[in-house]
Ligand binder design. Structure first.
Ligand code: 2HG
Ligand code: ZN
Length: 475
């Protein structure tokens, strides 16, 4: 992208003057924001706008529009689909609400929290906990990922099973529109049938039709107790039965159900200061948690006994202290291939009906082996809601071979996911990576409707161009 035209120079000096030194950083100072977390996408920008208020976001958007520049919004830059990196040859301003990180209100009477978009997920969790409430969204990047990014991608994580994705938490939004107008939809009404539910349009829209600046979110009762167990499955075929058992006792207590492979355990135990949870070695493990009343600990111990009697698990351990529990969840947080293998591989964030997990893994590993015999099919994730993180790696081989066959592997995996009634994007969004692949998943009319909404709200295609929406089919 050329940053050198007269128009771009004028835009830069106007924004620098409007925002001041705290609010405007030149490209040389933002190298880390121009590459995505996985190092797959590299972009360029005229600079980074760090507005301090909704009004300043609006001014940035209006000013960019006046000069014909695009605006790409970025939260904590922890996204895994490349949706927050300004790639392309249009003059682009990168915008982050990192200075807009205030928690404005925790309302215990309404069980809501109101915050600005730049606040981290962890800060929201801590503020809620100090008011004896739970902010439910939780995933490994909690300390860096922001509320705005979580809303823009409808992020998921380990608690979706019980509390739903970000979409289920949002009661109201404030959004800066593509023409700079501000929509104040910060209403905290659990029920509101007064027409289209506009906030839902902006959730998962990945910055393409508006910039979320503030949100009011649902809080939940803080469970008075929780207990985590790590169990070794007899075989993957027993996953379903274990899930059914865990869901049933006591009903509603199951708050996490994560599939963990031995390949992952070995990697993270070797690389990090994490203790192997048990000496028994199995191909697959499940990390599960019960939350609720103090009795959940006994219920979990009871569950393990039944699962063992029924032959579903060969071993299991219930965390008996906070450090013990933390060790188990740290192991889970480090499973992402970037951390556990120190490599990227080819990654898939898919969801299928939970009862088809075993079928998917059998078909997908066989398809990968047929294309590249010594590739490693690495799978883990939130199987309680059908979400598997599937990564194809070449730990001991040449990555170039993998790159060469990656399109074939992707075509095979996507086909298997669709045949099983799933989605190739479960919780990381479409970004740049999946925008063309997604066309195989849904009828074209759905993309036409999405393009109609984009054209109505951002007619000049200024907000996050070339992200999420697939190109129209060639006529
Ligand atoms: C997780 O669940 C994240 O750890 C990352 O969603 C998943 O690295 C991945 O594929
Ligand atoms: Zn995940």
């Amino acid at each position: 992208m050329s940053g050198g035209s007269d128009t771009s120079r004028e835009l830069v000096s106007e924004l620098a003057a409007l925002l001041g030194p705290e609010g405007w950083l030149p490209p040389d100072d933002i190298a880390d924001r121009l590459v995505d977390f996985r190092g797959v996408f590299t972009g360029s920008a005229l600079g980074l706008a760090r507005p301090a208020s909704t009004d300043e976001v609006s001014v940035v958007v209006r000013t960019c529009a006046a000069y014909g520049a695009s605006v790409v919004t970025q939260g904590g830059n922890t996204g895994l689909s490349g949706g927050a990196i300004p790639v392309g040859d249009r003059p682009t301003v990168l915008l982050t609400p990192s200075r807009m990180n205030a928690i404005e209100e925790v309302n215990t009477a309404r069980s809501t929290i109101t915050a600005q978009a730049g606040v981290t997920i962890q800060a929201l969790q801590e503020a809620a906990a100090s008011a004896d409430r739970l902010f439910a969204p939780d995933w490994g990047a909690r300390g860096t990922a922001t509320l705005g990014g979580g809303i823009a991608t409808n992020a998921g994580g380990i608690n979706v099973l019980r509390y739903g994705s970000m979409r289920e938490q949002v009661l109201g939004l404030e959004v800066v529109l593509a023409d700079g107008r501000v929509w104040d939809g910060l209403r905290a009404l659990p029920k509101d049938n007064s027409g289209f539910d506009l906030k839902q349009l902006f959730i998962a829209s990945e910055g393409t039709i508006g910039i979320v600046t503030r949100a009011v979110l649902r809080l939940h009762p803080l469970p008075s107790a929780h207990r985590t167990a790590f169990v070794a499955l007899r075989s993957l075929g027993d996953l379903d039965a274990l899930f059914a058992l865990a869901r049933a006792r006591p009903p509603g207590a199951l708050s996490a159900f994560e599939l963990i492979p031995e390949t992952g355990v070995r990697q993270v135990v070797d690389r990090f200061d994490i203790v192997r949870p048990m000496s028994t070695v199995a191909d697959w493990y499940v990390l599960l948690r019960f939350s609720g009343e103090p009795g959940v600990g006994d219920a979990l111990i009871d569950l393990l006994a039944t699962a063992s009697d029924d032959g579903l698990i060969v071993d299991g351990v219930v965390a008996d202290s906070t450090p013990h529990e933390d060790n188990l969840w740290l192991l889970r947080d480090e499973l992402t291939a970037t951390r556990s293998f120190g490599g990227f591989g080819v990654k898939y964030d898919l969801a299928i009906p939970p009862d088809r997990i075993e079928r998917f893994l059998t078909l997908a590993s066989a398809a990968v082996a047929e294309i590249l015999a010594d590739a490693l099919s690495y799978a883990f994730g939130h199987v309680g809601d059908g979400n598997i993180h599937f990564t194809v790696l070449r730990p001991d081989g040449d990555d170039r071979d993998l790159e060469r066959v990656a399109p074939d592997i992707t075509a095979a995996i996507d086909r298997i996911v669709w045949d099983l009634g799933g989605t190739i994007s479960a919780e990381h969004g479409l970004g740049r990576e999946l925008r063309s692949r997604i066309v195989g998943q849904k009828p074209e009319i759905e993309f036409e409707l999405m393009r109609t909404i984009k054209a109505a709200l951002d007619p000049d295609d200024r907000l996050n161009p070339d992200v999420m929406l697939p190109d129209p089919p060639a006529r």
